[in-house]
Design a protein around this ligand. Sequence first.
Ligand SMILES: [Ca+2]
Ligand SMILES: [Ca+2]
Ligand SMILES: [Ca+2]
Length: 185
Amino acid sequence: MSQTFLERKIARCFDLLDRNSDGDLSRDDCVALARAAADASGFAAESADARRVHDAYIRLWEVLLAPMDSDGNGRISRDEYVTAVTGLSADPDGYADSLGVAVDAFVEAGDADRDGRLSQPEFWALYRATFPSLGREEIVDAFRHLDRNGDGHLTRQELSQSIREYLLSEDVNAPGNWFLGRVDI
Ligand SMILES: [Ca+2]
Ligand SMILES: [Ca+2]
Ligand SMILES: [Ca+2]
């Protein structure tokens, strides 16, 4: 059965989060993503900033990902992930808290100058480090689409709207489709 546009977006997200490429999402993936992100943002190992990034990714694991483990083996398979995320669209309001956890992880990880938003260079550094399979142009294109008012920064509100569109919307024109680079329609 061919995948829908939404299913392709969700599967792509899974692949990018599977940091060690072992075919499952685990707490280890989240720890590795946090470490790569903290390095990219110039946060020294064991610093308070690096600790905040680590904690934000652990919350991402505990609040958002771990509950998707329907067979209880401590790891999220691709099927578990796609099934769980697809189910979110049935209850988008119930998803608001989880969305906040995802936004927190991105802002804690990428906001090197701590002004509460991601500039283009901050976004670039974060994405190069955490999603190495994305090309330079793809990251630049992603930022341009996500920065809805074109002021050169991604606010929490813009990130939240984009993640929501990425994970929930079938609208092929939604700017948030670019959250993780180009997805062919
Ligand atoms: Ca993995
Ligand atoms: Ca599992
Ligand atoms: Ca910033």
